[in-house]
Design a protein around this ligand. Sequence first.
Ligand code: RIB
Ligand code: CA
Length: 311
Amino acid sequence: MARKVIFDCDPGVDDCIALMAALASPDELEVLGICTVAGNVSLETCTRNALALTTLAGREDVTIYAGCPRPMVEQPVAAAHIHGETGLGAARLPDPKRTAQDQHAVDFLIETLRAAEPGSITLAPTGPLTNLAVALVKAPDIADAIADIVLMGGARSEGGNITASAEFNMYADPHAARVVFQSGLKITAIGLDTTLQLRCTPQRHKALEDMGNAAGPVAAQMIGHVNAIYGEIYGAEGAALHDPCVVAYLLAPELFTTLPAFIDVETRAGLTRGHTSVDIYEKPKATNAHWATGLQADAVFQLLLDRIARL
Ligand code: RIB
Ligand code: CA
């Protein structure tokens, strides 16, 4: 029985690659809808990219819902310096032939969850958590239908990427992140400590480039742009594949290691805005999430490659 999943994303290069792998896995993941949120680029651009990506993946059956155009409190911050102004790196996707649904993503989340069986739907956020937080504030009863949340966000030993002390998704909307971590829902948080272990090395980039199908070379053009950026900024051998880790976890959680943790998010302005305090030591302090500590990088990348090769 396929797992019912709702994605909530800010495509964005790595969001797109994550969606490719997810949409190529209909036997394991029944994607009920894709919500978009302002993050890496504007809401409008994220939504356009999500629509275009479903066309590339041959999955125009999956409906797209545009969500919040800005964080709950903070002013929007973007990451076009990493993802490019289009959010697609060096790739170009044809203009989508369809539009997003009229329904707002927050209302889609509420309506879908209220109609669902208890504990039947997984939420997979890979961007700022604005949509989910607003839905939880507007309709707390939706928690009953949420089986778990598998999100990309946060940093512990890795410090941060948008600032020295915060990861982008947490920094962009720290208030939303706090609402989610305080929700009492079952959360698996895959942060930089784990995602930075999954790099698109030259060999892996070439495997995408030489895939010989529609999606592989597009993914290579997307991540190739970020590889160049990483080379300039971080001297890293390849960009981290952050968001695809969420899909790999949904498909093969055994490839990851996690620890029970108590996670909270700094919402005050200043140097530590968006910092995730990830307490994995104090026992028996109450825990509110499982924190990913590592992954089997070769196996995770091969899993993603095999799925993208289907498109
Ligand atoms: O910090 C990495 C996260 O921020 C990823 O989800 C990336 O797409 C950006 O949203
Ligand atoms: Ca993202």
